[in-house]
Ligand binder design. Structure first.
Ligand SMILES: [Zn+2]
Length: 784
């Protein structure tokens, strides 16, 4: 390899002149304090809940009936609301999420036109039409006729007197006759009903699925009761309207829920079933008992029984009663199609009944993987955050692709009708169960404001999902988490900062799931190391479990517990759309001039001899020269060689040495090579420099230089490598850990970017005459 070789006596080791001043407004290392909220007695500067932290509480008693024939929920709730804030409240806000399905809802009215995909080959007679999927037209038509929305039939105080209420799209304000003072609580009741949406057609995180083959339904019921909007020290009332993306910001409380359903239905819900004797058969109760000691999931309802139930007709109703303590929401599923399996799982000493409910259409995938994936998730997540605190964890298969509620989640993947499935479906199921069960930790327990900051639950959860997947099997095909999987997004036009409100995020999956999950993985593996990261992350989870953290609380806790200033990291990854692209621009080799005429003049002679002859020099060489024709023109300088060592050189060298101290003479003889590596920050995001050095003797070395190397100059830095060896090659980010978007500028010397290509023939289609011909002579060879 060729390096740019320079001989210098003095080496300047000072950093390059700062192109960007350290304290300037564009400096990537300036502290975040100017952007974060001022710490106060509710939220400390260290990122912990303050000594006067408070949050509201809401307890619910709900009595609901599912009308299978009419696909309607009719219900009544009594809410006890505790004002733990220091503020007096004259009204309360509740969420009416079902109103998102109302025809004139903000979500429907502001929905953009569907994408009419243009034909792939313009002018092609077979595909010249634009296209939309059948499902899109089905949804558009259904939205026009579906009578969705929550019908509030009564709002009363504890004594049964009507209370004034105002519905504002997906929110409802209840005016209190007496202001609710700090420390007081108030009880009121609401009666309502609504038509359940066909989730397969209208979408949504709740709804029913109809099975035409047997005429039955699966109901996954969520966001179904008027829920207290959160009131907190940062936003006051969090009553930002529900537009369909931002999820649910809620208060903790205890739930007592009575669910009346057809008597041949099987129900699964948030919480613990209170009346198994009334709703389960003796055999089912016996099997649940077996599940407490089983080493594999046990069928409580077998596939054969579920199949038989598909032809059953209800004889009446049954009421399933559930109790759930310290949860922020309540959801349930109900169907006569359900297979049900269960296994008691010990999670760090907490006994948790892991259960899955799914129709025969989910087999054989569901009985094999769902409950195992639940138990695996509880193990891994508990290790990285806190012990799963609830008594049950349930995964249900139905129309919803993937959605989480406390203790219960809805997961969509199913095999083909013939029971076969692709790898994508298999891993899709395991991943979605891990993801949705994982949401019990974030945000069901670490109760972040989902309507505002999607990344605080989806990003953290997707990060732990990735860790769990990698502990499921070697080389598990995780979609998100590996830095190299996020690089395309990080250079795309669709990128907005992670710190963007949920409803304004473009590319939800990449922005709120993929990028923050990757950032945390990079923070763990490359910036902090596993030990520091895991300690700090666990500290965040434990500080904020059953509380409501804000972004600053996360950023501050991770710094506070790790002892590492991460402001540059949060700024780069969470507040900007910069990407990582660091270029290894140049390598210079400086060799030390020893001033020893014997060594130095020999070295300079080698250099002179190695210098290539220019083209003109080569062509001029054979030309006859005048000094050869007239030799008298030659003098001293025609034979003088400045690189011959003279006596005078030696004397001067000795004289020079005599002016040096012993230490200075040693330094002159170090024999080191001084390599100066120049880096340029092309993408804007400052990151550590991970550098693999290969020497000509075959040895290797890895340098890990913290991002702080960029603190004087955010765009260009240099790094000195002093070594007695000779460097053969350098690779930046050799383990693909920094999400560097352009690997072509990461190596020295540059290497070709490898790729493969295929030859192909242009397809030709028969013209109408040829097709007519083919019709008449069917044995004629067909044009492929
Ligand atoms: Zn999620």
């Amino acid at each position: 390899m060729r390096l740019f070789l320079v001989c210098l006596l003095c080496l300047s080791l000072n950093p390059p002149a700062a192109a960007q001043s350290k304290s300037g407004p564009g400096d990537k290392f300036r502290q975040l304090e100017e952007d974060l909220p001022t710490p106060n007695e509710y939220r400390t500067a260290s990122g912990a809940p303050g000594h006067r932290y408070w949050q509201q509480r809401a307890d619910y008693a709900i009595d609901a009936e599912l009308d299978d024939a009419g696909r309607r929920i009719t219900a009544r709730e009594t809410v006890t609301y505790y004002n733990n804030s220091p503020d007096t409240l004259s009204y309360l806000w509740l969420q009416l999420d079902q109103n998102v399905f109302a025809r004139e809802s903000e979500a429907n009215v502001t929905r953009e036109a569907p994408t009419f995909t243009p034909p792939p080959e313009p002018g092609d007679e077979y595909t010249e039409s634009h296209r939309i999927p059948y499902a899109t037209l089905d949804r558009l038509l259904a939205q026009q006729v579906f009578e969705g929305g929550q019908r509030i039939t009564a709002v009363r105080d504890a004594k049964g007197n009507p209370l004034r209420f105002t519905v504002v799209r997906t929110m409802m304000r209840i005016d209190l006759p007496q202001p609710l003072a700090p420390g007081q609580n108030t009880t009121f009741s609401v009666e309502w009903n609504y038509l359940i949406n066909d989730a397969k057609v209208l979408g949504g995180r709740t709804g029913y699925e109809f099975f035409p083959r047997d005429g039955n339904y699966i109901y996954e019921i969520a966001q179904w009761f008027p829920r207290m909007a959160a009131y907190n020290d940062v936003s006051g009332w969090q009553h930002k309207q529900f537009l369909g993306s931002g999820e649910f910001t809620l208060e903790f409380g205890n739930y007592r829920v009575r669910l009346t359903v057809p008597d041949d239905h099987v129900v699964a819900a948030t919480g613990v079933l209170q009346n198994p004797q009334e709703v389960l058969t003796a055999a089912q109760r016996q099997r649940l008992k077996q599940a407490e000691t089983a080493r594999e999931p046990v069928f409580v309802v077998t596939p054969q029984e579920a199949k038989a139930n598909e032809t059953s007709k209800p004889k009446g109703k049954k009421t399933w009663v559930y109790q759930a303590d310290n949860v922020r929401d309540f959801a349930f599923a109900s169907s006569r199609k359900f297979i049900w399996d269960a296994q008691l799982h010990n999670v760090e000493g907490n006994r948790v009944m892991a259960m899955s409910l799914y129709p025969n259409e989910g087999e054989p995938l569901w009985s094999k993987y769902s409950t195992h994936a639940i138990m695996h998730t509880l193990n891994v997540y508990s290790r990285y955050s806190f012990t799963y605190p609830y008594p049950v964890a349930i995964s249900v298969n139905g129309p919803v692709g993937g959605m989480e509620y406390p203790m219960i989640c809805f997961n969509g993947p199913r095999p083909e009708p013939d029971g076969t499935y692709t790898a994508r479906t298999k891993y899709g199921l395991i991943s979605v169960v891990i993801h949705e069960v994982g949401h019990n930790y974030f945000p069901m327990i670490v109760n972040s404001d989902e309507r505002q900051w999607t990344w605080m639950d989806e990003g953290l959860n997707t990060f732990l999902q990735y860790l769990s997947e990698q502990e499921w099997e070697t080389s598990y095909p995780s979609r998100r988490g590996e830095p190299q999987n996020i690089t395309d997004y990080m250079v795309s036009e669709a990128q907005v900062p992670i710190m963007t409100n949920s409803e304004s995020v473009l590319q939800f999956g990449n922005n709120a799931y993929g990028k923050p999950a990757t950032a945390l993985n990079v923070l763990r593996e490359t910036v902090l190391g596993r030990e520091l990261f895991d300690f700090a992350f666990r500290e965040y989870a434990r500080r904020w479990k059953f509380k409501r953290p804000m972004p600053a609380d996360f950023f501050r806790t991770m710094e506070d517990a790790s002892g590492v200033d991460l402001d540059w990291f949060w700024r780069g990854w969470f507040y900007t759309t910069d990407h990582v692209d660091i270029s290894l621009e140049q390598v210079r080799l400086y060799a030390l001039d020893t001033r020893d005429p014997g060594a130095e003049k020999a070295a300079r002679r080698r250099e002179r001899e190695e210098r290539p002859q220019t083209l003109s020099q080569q062509r001029n060489a054979p030309l006859p020269k005048r000094v050869d024709e007239f030799p008298t023109l030659k003098d001293f300088y025609n034979t003088y060689d400045e690189l011959v060592v003279t006596e005078r050189d030696r004397e001067e060298y000795q004289k020079f040495l005599s002016t040096l101290t012993e230490r200075e003479r040693e330094l002159l003889r170090t024999g080191m090579n001084f390599y100066v590596l120049e880096f340029r920050n092309v993408g804007g995001l400052v990151m550590p420099l991970i550098l693999q050095v290969e020497y000509t003797d075959g040895t290797r070395e890895e340098l890990r230089i913290p991002a702080e190397i960029w603190r004087y100059n955010n765009t260009a830095v240099s790094k000195l490598i002093m070594t007695r060896k000779e460097i053969a090659a350098l690779t930046l980010d050799p383990h693909l850990e920094t999400a560097d978007t352009d690997l072509a500028n990461n190596s020295f010397p540059r290497r070709p970017v490898k790729s493969r290509f295929q030859l192909f023939k242009e397809r030709t289609r028969p013209n109408p005459m040829q097709r007519q011909e083919q019709k008449q002579t069917p044995e004629a060879p067909r044009n492929p």
